[in-house]
Unconditional design. Structure first.
Length: 222
């Protein structure tokens, strides 16, 4: 059984298209190491969007280990004995109906599912009986390794530039009362730092028939 140590924010989005995301960079005590560094179990962002190349597919992105410098990124790895789980609610009751389970061992990502959730809630058991997708973790600066499973699921794992855009300096000024609005264009505080990302592309017909689904992600350890 897996024990939940971190829950990302819940997202609702239309399967027909659109993009939503939730961001959270190193602010949970359970995922913060010495010197306020981000542990491998820290989920920074969750993205869910229709594939721009194929509208019959959805793309899910889990960002982890936020604010990595280029030097730190070269040696960054996904932790052992950790599962990153995408939870999908396609009935509107805020309980996962499907899960996509992502595990990295020996520098290789294996993605199970999507499969029916057998243990809704904080615990999980990896379901190895169904389809899975494998790929090697992409090294820093290398061409992307992308694996494709027999069910059409595609997967990637490795370092990427942090895609989250936010003008943190101006935000703090607004909170302090010294400014009244954001700049246009804003200044991206997160330009430069990297994340360790897991990207999973899934055919929509594997997600059920609902027009709207809720998605959230968790990192879980043994």
């Amino acid at each position: 059984m897996k024990k939940k140590i971190f829950i990302g924010s819940c997202l609702s989005f239309l399967v027909a298209g659109g993009l939503l995301m939730a961001a959270d960079h190193i602010d949970a005590p359970a995922v913060t190491g010495s010197g306020s560094t981000s542990l491998g179990t820290d989920i920074t962002d969750i993205y869910a969007f229709q594939s721009p190349a194929d509208n019959s597919k959805m793309v899910f992105v889990i960002g982890t280990q936020g604010l990595l410098s280029p030097g730190t990124t070269r040696t960054a790895t996904f932790p052992a004995n950790t599962m990153y789980e995408l939870n999908i609610d396609n009935t509107g009751d805020n309980t996962e109906d499907l899960v996509i389970q992502c595990v990295v061992q020996n520098n290789q990502l294996r993605v199970y599912g999507p499969v029916a959730a057998t243990m809704p809630g904080s615990g999980s058991r990896i379901n190895t009986s169904g389809n899975f997708t494998e790929t090697m973790v992409t090294a820093y600066g290398a061409n992307a390794n992308v694996g494709t499973g027999s069910n059409g699921v595609r997967a990637f794992a490795g370092p990427r530039d942090d895609p989250f855009f936010f003008d943190l300096v101006r935000f703090r000024e607004i909170i302090a009362g010294t400014q009244t609005s954001f700049r246009s264009p804003g200044m991206d505080t997160f330009a430069g730092p990297n994340i360790m990302a897991i990207v999973v592309e899934v055919p929509k017909n594997l997600l059920g028939s609902a027009n709207t689904i809720n998605v959230w992600a968790e990192s879980k350890m043994k």
